[in-house]
Design a protein around this ligand. Structure first.
Ligand SMILES: [Zn+2]
Length: 289
């Protein structure tokens, strides 16, 4: 059976918890039906404050309550406590130790490695995000050779006003390539953090260019998903916390988050539906056991 392609969105609250003028008010003929058929999960875990990426992603990666482990929401990068949790419990590590084929499809530019290389003026202890940390600890390289890469920019320029650098057709073709690669893998993951960066650019009044970029981002995600599904991939979409769905504010939000999948069951082992991102992480694990 073909592997799972996990699109891990960063900072995307569910449309149900978004303001009416959210970027979700965009025609997304493949993405929206999949999300609407999926689940709406709590990312606060009953803890005050705004959910953050390191703890949120550790919940997804481990199926453990990383917020409780940390004593609060924490991010964006995992520190020693969360790294230890990831090293012991993360899904890529557990799968790799069991002989499964797992990879992270993000492209990492030379500057990413230089920033962590003292010989190039970098800092050896500069932390990785939860996803690169988990895959490196699983023994997988960043920029895995022979695989297509999914840039978190999804065909937008990094610099404002984030003009499109690719077309929906480009994203569709990329989705088909990734689906083909998934036939030889158990898990292929993309850490799609640019949605959180767009969310942090939010302000009131929201600049028209930011609206346009956010809507294009979702349209490109929709096209990527179309390509994946057209070529027969099993796909999961998750998010660690809210932010992007409300472009009036620059901070994270307490919005619930989407968890959707095609060709994969969204229930826990006892048949109940997940309610939180910790449950969501447990469902991910279940698909491989
Ligand atoms: Zn953020």
């Amino acid at each position: 059976m073909t592997g799972v392609v996990w699109l891990a969105l960063d900072g995307v609250g569910h449309p149900q918890d978004a303001p009416t003028d959210s970027p979700w008010a965009t025609d997304l003929p493949t993405l929206r039906p999949l999300l609407d058929a999926g689940l709406v999960l709590d990312a606060t875990l009953g803890v005050e404050g705004l959910p953050q990426s390191a703890t949120g992603q550790a919940c997804w990666l481990t199926g453990q309550d990383a917020v409780r482990v940390m004593g609060g929401h924490f991010g964006p990068q995992p520190g020693p406590t969360l790294r230890a949790l990831l090293d012991a419990e993360s899904l890529p590590g557990r799968l790799a130790r069991a002989g499964a084929r797992v990879d992270l499809l993000n492209p990492y530019p030379p500057a990413y490695f230089a920033a962590r290389d003292p010989a190039q003026g970098g800092r050896v202890h500069l932390a990785h995000g939860s996803f690169p940390h988990a895959f490196l600890h699983a023994g997988r390289p960043l920029n895995p050779p022979g695989l297509p890469s999914i840039s978190p920019l999804l065909g937008l320029a990094f610099a404002e006003p984030h003009d499109a650098t690719a077309t929906p057709d480009d994203l569709r073709r990329l989705g088909e390539q990734v689906a083909r690669a998934a036939r030889d893998h158990d898990l292929l993951t993309a850490d799609l953090w640019f949605s959180d960066a767009l969310g942090h650019a939010g302000r009131d009044p929201t600049p028209p260019g930011l609206w346009r970029a956010a809507r294009t981002y979702l349209q490109h995600l929709n096209a990527l998903l179309e390509g994946l599904l057209h070529a027969g991939a099993r796909v999961a979409i998750s998010s660690d916390h809210g932010n992007f769905e409300d472009l009036h504010v620059k901070s994270h939000t307490v919005a619930r988050v989407p968890f959707a999948a095609s060709g994969l069951p969204l229930s826990l082992a006892d048949g109940t539906a997940p309610a939180t991102i910790v449950d969501g992480g447990r469902v991910l694990t279940r698909w491989f056991t």
